[in-house]
Design a binder for this molecule. Structure first.
Ligand code: G6P
Length: 523
């Protein structure tokens, strides 16, 4: 039944509201053609579900289809509130500004960003729609947590509508150095949009440092450690706000905004649980058999995206086969490349390039019984992914730039046997935490080839030592810890909060100090 976005049910009802471009569900159709929704595999929903339930939460987002007028509905105890996007908005706001301007710009211009004024205009309109919807649904003094680069204007828009709210923002992708960021024609508006939040979270300390530097350069605001002093222009904001307001040197009221890193993680225990299931272990054996039982199975798992360095990985493997260092009878690479953003030209070109390369390598080095690269352009359920992780002796994560890379953490979480070697790009956020991975610069093809050989030949004792250290980290800092530390920082930025305190953990003083030091160093 069509519904206009402005007539939402549940006005002012929710104490905790999450806003993200996509809802955490995928639309599925059963054998009789009946549509329904299934929780999407990402960890964000797992982390936020307990908070959602306890705080009477709602999740605002797009269903992923243009001109879809699905009514608000409840799914696994969470209220999901769809935001409608027209086909024109999907083209300009989502495929255009989000994924052909911001995405390449924020990933260090690996692909050239396109700057189009009509894409920007659509981004503003759609961000305002998300902000309006959140303003409508949030209760007095509620907490609203906005996710990712598609919605960077929402914090400011929301604060203007509802100064009583506590607003958090988390950027899941990198934030670039100022020299790159400054290309953006709308660089000031985006920074101002983000500064509407009380806490702005980033994956790495370097990202938080880049953001603070952009704030100083563009707006001249003072920053100290992780805190940015933002002058308040609007009187209503001072009287209506629940946050601590300070007075600046010039006598103006100031709002303290925190910008720091909160590295995201996965629901590690659930991966280990799957990996321990006998049926999934049997499937892992079956996968190896299906590949002809090679001595070594290598694995890559990525969205088919130019940031992931899939081409670099293939080049290194192709050269190892060409110079005879590895034999196709002994070593196989499985590359899962899940379809993504298929209407954006850069993604179409990438697919052509990758598939050409895979075809060439297989044609040149494959034998009747052994294929060099088993290439799969599909997404798979989590069970199958875990079976692949168990089947893989070497996991290749060679991103050219990546906010975090959760695949690296999923591999580690699944290897309860302490087997397997992770080759990990230093340009993925995960490399800050997974220090005992074999860390590589994927641009250095010789270095990458050496790391692959080192991984193939690594003695079992060294594999286990490296894997144990990484597993400890991933088990301790799981996605629940991530969300609780973010929400804890958010709650301590406000005097009066609707969020249940029991779900949050306050960082210790030494953790906070270490974080501040790291930000200073990153500058
Ligand atoms: C990245 C982004 C997410 C996005 C996901 C899938 O992880 O940080 O915000 O949802 O890619 O991309 P898509 O365009 O399909 O939502």
């Amino acid at each position: 039944m069509p519904s206009s976005d402005s007539s939402a049910p549940f006005p002012g009802e929710f104490d905790f509201v999450v806003v993200s471009n996509r809802l955490p569900v995928d639309r599925i159709t059963d054998d009789d053609g009946n549509p329904s929704f299934r929780t999407s595999p990402g960890g964000l929903v797992t982390a936020l579900e307990p908070v959602m339930r306890e705080a009477d939460g709602a999740w605002i987002g797009w269903t992923g289809s243009a001109d879809d007028h699905t009514e608000p509905f409840e799914h696994d105890g969470v209220h999901l509130i769809p935001v409608h996007l027209t086909a024109d908005e999907v083209e300009k706001y989502y495929e255009g500004f989000s994924n052909d301007t911001l995405w390449p710009l924020y990933h260090d211009v690996i692909a050239p960003p396109a700057y189009h004024r009509e894409w920007w205009e659509s981004y503003v309109v759609v961000n305002q729609r998300f902000a309006d919807r959140a303003a409508e649904l949030a209760s007095e003094g509620a907490t609203v947590w906005v996710q990712d680069y598609q919605l960077q204007l929402v914090p400011k828009m929301l604060r203007e509508l509802r100064p009583d709210l506590t607003i958090g923002f988390f950027n899941h992708i990198p934030f670039p150095a100022y020299g790159i960021y400054s290309q953006l024609p709308w660089r000031t508006q985006i920074i101002e949009g983000l500064l509407g939040a009380d806490v702005i979270g980033f994956q790495r300390t370097a990202d938080a440092g880049n953001f603070s530097r952009a704030v100083r350069r563009l707006l001249g605001y003072q920053t100290k450690g992780t805190v940015i002093d933002v002058p308040i222009e609007d009187e209503a904001e001072v009287s209506g706000s629940s946050r601590r307001i300070t007075t600046g040197r010039d006598g103006r009221p100031m709002r303290a905004v925190v910008a720091r890193s909160f590295p995201i993680s996965i629901d590690a225990a659930s991966y280990e649980q799957l990996a321990r299931r006998p049926d999934i272990q049997a499937r892992a054996r079956e996968i190896r058999e299906g590949l002809g039982n090679p001595k070594v199975v290598m694995l890559g798992v990525d969205r088919l995206d130019y940031t992931k360095g899939i081409g670099h990985r293939l080049k290194a493997f192709g050269e190892l086969l060409a110079d005879g260092t590895v034999d196709v009878e002994d070593v196989t690479l499985v590359q899962v490349a899940s379809p993504s953003r298929e209407r954006v030209t850069a993604y179409q070109q990438l697919r052509d390039e990758i598939e050409l390369t895979v075809g060439r390598i297989n044609g040149d080095y494959g034998t009747i019984s052994h294929t060099a690269i088993s290439y799969l352009h599909h997404g798979y359920p989590r069970e199958e992914m875990v079976a692949l992780y168990l089947a893989a002796d070497v996991m290749l994560v060679t991103a050219l730039r990546d906010g975090m890379n959760l695949v690296a953490k999923e591999y580690v979480a699944s290897r309860f046997d302490n087997g397997g070697v992770l080759v990990l790009s230093e340009f993925a956020g995960a490399s800050d935490e997974l220090r005992t991975a074999l860390r590589v610069n994927p641009h250095d093809i010789e270095g990458l080839k050496e790391a692959v050989l080192q991984a193939i030949d690594m003695p079992a004792s060294e594999r286990a030592r490296r894997m144990r250290a990484m597993r400890k980290r991933v088990q301790e800092y799981d996605v629940a810890r991530w969300s609780s530390s973010f929400l804890s920082a958010l709650t301590s930025s406000s005097d009066d909060l609707a969020l249940p305190k029991s779900t949050v953990r306050t960082p210790t003083r030494s953790e906070a100090r270490a974080e501040e030091r790291a930000v200073e160093e990153a500058r």
